[in-house]
Design a protein around this ligand. Sequence first.
Ligand code: SAM
Length: 474
Amino acid sequence: MSVFPRIDLKQEVYDYLRNVFTNKEVLAAVGQGKAEQRFQKLLSCLSHPPRFTCVRASTHLAPLEEIQTRLQEELKQQQNCGSKIGDVSVNLLPHPHIPDVLFLPVIGPRPVVQLSSEVIVGAQCGSAVLRGAHVFAPGILATPKFMKKGDMVSVFSDLEGKCTRGNKDFQGKRVFVGNGVAEMDRSNIFCSDEPVKGVGIRMVEPLYQSPSFDRVLPSMAFLQNLPSVVVGHVLGPRPGERILDMCAAPGGKTCHIAALMCGQGEVVALDKIRGKVERIRQNAKTLHLECIKAHCFNSIQAVCSDQAQDTQEPPFPPERFDRVLLDAPCSGLGQRPNMACTWSLKEICSYPPLQRKLFSTAVRLLKRGGVLVYSTCTVTLSENEEQVAWALNTFPCLTLQPQEPHIGAGGMLGAGLSSEQLRLLQRFSPELGWILEAEAHGEDDSPTKPSPCPFPQQANKDTIGFFIAKFLKS
Ligand SMILES: C[S@@+](CC[C@H](N)C(=O)[O-])C[C@H]1O[C@@H](n2cnc3c(N)ncnc32)[C@H](O)[C@@H]1O
């Protein structure tokens, strides 16, 4: 199952995370051995891609079955267009409990032979390749000296971010992600006056095989991690409501919310970075969602004190929204695949205070009787369960609510929450699925050998690390 080394973390971050996963409450519940095993499995699975590609289907535009058939046809055609991945069957699977999700099993790691011609790409680009993307030219850092369009090359991801652009003899740490065909000469990539655009290497033998969804039925299929799709359903928007998405770019969840409302009502999407707000607008346009109003704004300041002010633009008067989503900026330690995180502990610990400021604004902007969903794509306690404990103490008007669907695990021990409160939280913990799988394959010393999870449980478990809490304001 593991082909890559465990995620590489700064020692101080490793120690911090290890303390989180072996905290007193966890140790009292499961003991040192199990807690340590869970932490080590987490480090392993973070460096690997999830084994399913999740697509959110635009069921506001067409029935799921129609989208499934059209996508399958498109992806088969893509295979026939000259790539070596023609032997793969495209089998999109609907999720039995989530009406707008289609899964595509990822095939890998496959036995791909490395070539002598090496192309080095940035870590982010390498991660995208492991999830089915081709290599876009701006992600290329180094190529063979005389690389010409049409050459077959092996693609490697620069693990430590040490490869300089245009390097001709990079010797640093890298991992192999597959073979591809150059779509450009080296000179076009590094010696052009214009910023370089488009596909630089077309992947024909990826280590992990999943079709590229680039320009495949863009209005019908939106690539989104499963927990992110769950967030939209947990928020439960209804047609005609007024919804605020406080940290919205690039707009995956905003668009899902608008689609669930069948375009009726209003979804206000805020993000503090102007370029990213444009992405929200583009996505809304592509998906034919007209009820989205995107603004560039610092959400911490999105509430004004004047109750009477009825403005269409931020800042908004208090208690203005039926539902609020705070998909908070976070340390992102649940993202997969991620082979190396260069962040310091100080950077990781900078998020909780920011999240609390955003949360306080969210509570003020929410109507009484309204729903607030808080989510992150990270695995720390301080950004997840500890934030929930803080919120319940600070805002007596808030209560935790059950989530639908609830396909992840409950909250993690360590923040002093009761078992009932933990049950109401939803934590996607891919390491738990990996432990089951290893035990089933006899890789661990477990006395019992459960069988590997069938679909869809496997797809529900092998996701990015993610956290969701749902509150009602009374
Ligand atoms: C986790 S991402 C959001 C992903 C998004 N919800 C989606 O599903 O596509 C967090 C976003 O918060 C934005 N952000 C960070 N601080 C913010 C603030 N004070 N006000 C508004 N947006 C902020 C970042 O620019 C980033 O785009």
